[in-house]
Design a protein around this ligand. Structure first.
Ligand SMILES: Nc1ncnc2c1ncn2[C@@H]1O[C@H](COP(=O)(O)OP(=O)(O)OP(=O)(O)O)[C@@H](O)[C@H]1O
Ligand SMILES: [Mg+2]
Length: 259
């Protein structure tokens, strides 16, 4: 049974897309069947995975318009054994077109139900907002990974996110799910300064055992890999960034297989 995991934090630039792409590739190396879903109109995950947006016949926006079968939207990523539902700019207009939709929060959930059992993990890369698209992603999910950047104001906005998660849990009785926190992931740690370690302590005090043991360091290979359309795990497999995302995948799989 496929587990659906949303990578979410409404704060921008904390490493959601980097985590989605590299967790997806790392899970595939462990032999897991993975579907990566891009629900951000910035379409960064689509670009980071080397998919040319100009040539796309269908995108995730077609799921929200309910015009195309989800299986016709799924693409194969070239560099890794990951399937992908790509996004493009048209998703930016979706909020308006759903205003009069009676069941707008469950559109993605209904679509993913049709394919989730073809996969071990479905990873959803969320946009930096708590709008209707993110609500759809959370409603469809069994758990969330919350990337937190090891910088000043790291915990900013997390109370609002936790309140949203609680609201989702009460509504999920309609699709028989209960959203849990898979884990809080500390990202972009600068090992040369103290502030990062201070943030780690603060986050651990707040989220306790929910914090992944794996911490993602700031690593130049991670930031360069997207311009080659490759996960860092392919671009520079032995780099610290690549190794830490592979450690994260192992940690997560172990937690799930122990449960
Ligand atoms: N571990 C890392 N080391 C170095 N650079 C990183 C690392 N993680 C992410 N970055 C860089 O930081 C920037 C933001 O990362 P990313 O796009 O993953 O964040 P995001 O949360 O998805 O952003 P948005 O909120 O806009 O969707 C990108 O330029 C990315 O390459
Ligand atoms: Mg992003």
């Amino acid at each position: 049974m496929g587990k659906i995991i949303a990578i979410t934090n409404q704060k921008g630039g904390v490493g959601k897309t980097t985590t989605s792409v590299n967790l997806a590739s790392s899970l595939s190396y462990l032999g897991k069947r993975v579907l990566l879903v891009d629900v951000d109109h910035q379409a960064n995950a689509t670009t980071y995975m080397g998919i040319n947006r100009a040539n796309l016949k269908y995108t995730v926006a077609d799921i929200f318009h309910e015009t195309v079968n989800i299986r016709d939207i799924i693409q194969k990523v070239e560099s890794v054994a990951v399937d992908m539902i790509p996004a493009r700019y048209e998703l930016g207009n979706i909020e308006n077109s759903l205003i009069n939709h009676d069941n707008k929060d469950f559109i993605l959930s209904n679509a993913l139900e049709q394919v989730k059992d073809d996969y071990d993990y479905v990873i959803i890369d969320c946009p930096p907002s708590l709008g209707v698209v993110t609500i759809n992603a959370l409603m469809a999910s069994d758990s969330v990974i919350i990337p937190v950047q090891c910088e000043f104001l790291a915990l900013d906005g997390l109370t609002q996110l936790l309140n949203t998660i609680r609201m989702i849990q009460t509504k999920q009785k309609y699709n028989k799910k209960t959203l849990t926190i898979e884990g809080v992931l500390l990202t972009m740690l600068d090992t040369r300064s103290n502030i990062g370690y201070e943030v780690i302590n603060e986050v651990k005090t707040y989220f306790k055992e929910k914090v992944f043991k794996t911490v993602i360091p700031r690593n130049v290979k991670v930031s360069v890999a997207p311009s080659f359309g490759l996960p860092v795990t392919e671009f520079s497999p032995r780099s610290k960034g690549s190794q830490s995302y592979q450690n994260l995948a192992r940690e997560m799989v172990e937690l799930n297989e122990r449960a």
